[in-house]
Design a protein around this ligand. Structure first.
Ligand code: SF4
Length: 373
């Protein structure tokens, strides 16, 4: 008799599946059921609920529930940037909500206070909306990602969602899809007919932050090894330092990670790399303090930004950014670097130029994404 397989570590807290009545027979629900069978989680309970059931709640120690839901809203959205800062005009494909991992700084804690991981199971509706959005004008180009309200690959092992999306986008060469994650799952790779239309992306941080503020995620080495595998297969990758955190020892920490990147990938294999300082909606601070009592960076000196979020004092942000940008430039990175939500002043102080000098950030990143940078 074959031993049941174990799920990847970040999925092992899933202890219950809920599925909308209307989605029970959907290909996605059937796939999840099939993939759970034969694992150590093969007999977790499944509960069928009426569609639109906002009453699905789950609370059992630190266990989590997976909810395969019929989603009635818009699947294609704009990233909620703000006009006050240079925003990258990213579009979001909304595939679900919440994340099985736990990072102390995660904004999702303020949005979703339950342990229910939602996945939109009505993929037909999603694909028809995307067809309308991307197919209306094939000359229009789109840079899209799924990692805004969830991690792009966290549930991939069970859902195969990114793989489906990549297969679908094979018919839409005017779209570049970024898959942003903190885990390693490369099962989508062979679905890509064009390696230049998928950008696998990993967030990075200083080793201390990875070890003390990110739980259930892969190590920096694992993420970079995955980036190398993708680069060797012909994909360009994206790497993101977000959030950059001011903590004792940050110089050594960020220098270590920056140097490590180039043990794995070459600068020309990186499509772009963002740097974003820790930003925090006022209501998030007490949630972080509550969920992560050992976290101290929330007590740094912050000022309210133009978007209402608390951000580190500008001289400290500029000091950290300058240090990191100098080091990255020393490794041959330059025009791939950009700031997430910073002002022209900060751009000029650190880079010596601002987005309007190269035609605007959105246009610039579109070119980088399509390999024209
Ligand atoms: S991996 Fe990303 S989405 Fe998940 S908890 Fe961490 S920051 Fe949040």
């Amino acid at each position: 008799m074959t031993e049941p397989k174990r799920l990847p570590a970040h999925l092992r807290r899933i202890a219950h599946v809920f599925v909308d009545e209307t989605m029970q027979d959907s290909p996605l629900a059937q796939r999840v059921r099939h993939r759970l069978a034969g694992t150590t989680h093969g007999d977790i309970p499944w509960t069928v609920v009426p569609p639109d059931s906002e009453r699905v709640t789950f609370s059992r120690g630190d266990a989590q529930a997976l909810y395969l839901k019929e989603y009635k809203g818009r699947f294609l959205r704009f990233c909620p940037g703000t006009r006050a800062y240079h925003c990258c005009a990213y579009r979001i494909i909304h595939i679900g909500e919440n994340c099985p991992m736990a990072c102390s700084y995660c904004i999702l804690q303020a949005y979703f206070q339950d342990r229910v991981l939602k996945i939109w199971a009505n993929q037909d509706d999603l694909f028809s909306q995307l067809d309308e959005g991307f197919g209306a004008d094939p000359a229009a180009r789109f840079r899209v990602g799924t990692g805004e309200f969830t991690d792009s690959l966290a549930l991939e092992h069970l859902t195969g969602y990114s793989r489906d999306l990549i297969s679908f986008l094979g018919d839409h060469p005017n779209v570049v899809l970024e898959l942003k994650s903190k885990v390693v799952d490369l099962s989508w790779m062979d679905a890509a007919t064009r390696t230049d239309r998928v950008l696998p992306a990993w967030s990075l941080n200083a080793p201390f932050i990875n070890e003390h503020e990110e739980f259930g995620v892969s190590t920096l080495e694992e993420r970079l090894a995955a980036a190398r595998t993708c680069a060797q297969a012909g994909f360009r990758v994206c790497l993101h330092f977000d959030p950059v955190i001011h903590y004792p020892g940050w110089r050594e920490g960020y220098a270590r990670t920056i140097d490590m990147i180039f043990d794995y990938v070459r600068p020309e294999q990186i499509a772009y790399m963002s740097l974003g300082s820790f930003r925090c909606m006022p209501q998030l601070t007490p949630i972080i303090a509550d969920n992560f009592p050992d976290t101290t960076y929330i007590y740094n000196e912050f000022v309210p930004g133009l978007d209402g979020k608390a951000r580190l004092l500008r001289p400290l942000r500029v000091e950290q950014f300058s240090f990191m940008v100098d080091r990255l430039r020393g490794h041959g990175m330059d025009r791939q670097l950009y700031f997430c939500m910073e002002s022209s002043e900060v751009w000029n102080q650190v880079f010596g130029y601002e987005p309007k000098d190269f035609g605007g950030l959105a246009k610039h990143l579109m070119k980088q994404a399509f390999g024209e940078g």
